[in-house]
Design a protein around this ligand. Structure first.
Ligand code: NAD
Ligand code: UGA
Length: 325
């Protein structure tokens, strides 16, 4: 069937969430590979310092343009004309802050924005949309072994519920009869590396070493995460733009599920200093374990994570050190 075939080669890409952690790395890699990129974000170098830092290199490239816009309120059509693929990474991330009043914003940025983007992508016959989904769609999985895409999805946080809703919505659009837009939803597992968001664990551990301000360790530190280095996540994302698919969800993990305590050890080894730590309770929404089964990613995306945790922590530390002097 030709209607859901992706472009063979991506020449023009749209990246939503381009000013963010993963989005800005994706932009940089696409530009290095000769792709013309339109980034969309509501954070811009003019209104946000992290956006300015993340996009510093990209903004000097003639093949890059940043559109300032909010996918919840602005009409996305104007940005999608002629795109070979849309990489939809915009969203409100973070598991623990998604309870309470914040949920309204999670719902808008993760679910409503995705629905509006899918409508526009279809009406402009964009052949492929790659969506940033999340390991948070699975929920609590202790004792089940590595998570497979055809397994149960029972999110434990409001954030996870919105990511699952966004994923299911995009796939429903792709499966509609005659849909011109195919979808690959990537379930990223806890991504880390340079430019990582300041609310996330590894960045906080490294910052705690620099400032001496303790990391607040939630729970007993024996919770496990399948930490994924950002360049591996980006490789999977680019492969997803051309993979043969109509509507698929695919895990993207780092290949190893480790405890937060083990990460603290790596950080101490890499930095030569113990991480100062203070204890707090286990947080609502956090699950005990994530571990990705990567069989589908290997088959569909030829994905092989190439950066082990120790090396990834070294690279994030080198980046932080270059900024803090
Ligand atoms: P990030 O916050 O650094 O980047 C997200 C970007 O989206 C931000 O620049 C933000 O301004 C933009 N954005 C949010 N709402 C918007 C809107 N309504 N209109 C326009 N722009 C909007 O987050 P990240 O860590 O780079 O995550 C990127 C995506 O990957 C998110 O969808 C997140 O849910 C998903 N994800 C991230 C991880 C991770 O470990 N970082 C893991 C799983 C899934
Ligand atoms: C991360 C992202 O923030 C989510 O957006 C994403 O969807 C999710 O990965 C995913 O894989 O789906 P999380 O796994 O909580 O969420 O990543 P971190 O914030 O790096 O936390 C990792 C572990 O460290 C968690 O168990 C958390 O409780 C713990 N942690 C985090 C602390 O003990 N202290 C902190 O200050 C931060």
């Amino acid at each position: 069937m030709s209607t859901t075939s992706p472009a063979r080669r991506i020449e023009r890409a749209v990246v939503t969430g381009a000013a963010g952690f993963i989005g800005s790395h994706l932009v940089d890699t696409l530009l290095r590979r000769g792709v013309t990129v339109l980034g969309i974000d509501r954070r811009t170098p003019q209104n946000n310092d992290a956006a300015a830092q993340n996009l510093r290199d990209a903004l000097s490239e003639p093949a890059f343009r940043l559109a300032s816009g909010d996918l919840v309120t602005d009409e996305p059509k104007r940005w999608l004309e002629g795109a070979d693929a849309v990489f939809h990474l915009a969203g409100l991330p973070g598991v623990r802050p998604s309870w309470g009043d914040a949920f309204r914003e999670y719902l808008a940025c993760n679910v409503l924005a995705t629905q509006r983007l899918m409508e526009s992508a279809q009406s402009l016959r964009v052949p492929r949309l790659v969506l940033a989904s999340s390991s948070s769609v699975y929920g609590e999985t202790v004792g089940t072994g590595p998570l497979r895409e055809d397994g149960v999805t029972a999110p434990r946080s409001p954030y996870g519920v919105t990511k699952l809703a966004a994923e299911r919505l995009a796939l429903a659009y792709a499966l509609a009869p005659g849909s011109p837009t195919s979808v690959v939803a990537l379930r990223y597992f806890t991504v880390y590396g340079p430019r990582q968001r300041p609310d996330m664990a590894i960045g906080r551990m490294l910052s705690a070493v620099v400032t001496g301000q303790p990391l607040v360790l939630y729970g007993d530190g024996r919770q496990r995460r399948d930490f994924t280095f950002v360049t591996d996540a980006v490789e999977a994302t680019i492969a997803a733009a051309v993979a043969p698919a109509t509507a698929e969800a695919v895990n993207v993990g780092g290949g190893d599920s480790v405890t937060v305590r083990q990460v603290l050890r790596h950080v101490a080894d890499v930095t030569g200093k113990e991480v100062p730590v203070t204890a707090d309770e286990e947080q609502a929404g956090d699950v005990r374990t994530t571990a990705a089964d990567l069989s589908k990613a290997r088959t569909l995306l030829a994905y092989r994570p190439s950066v082990a945790l120790r090396e990834g922590v070294e690279r994030q530390w080198a980046w932080l050190s270059s900024r803090t002097g």
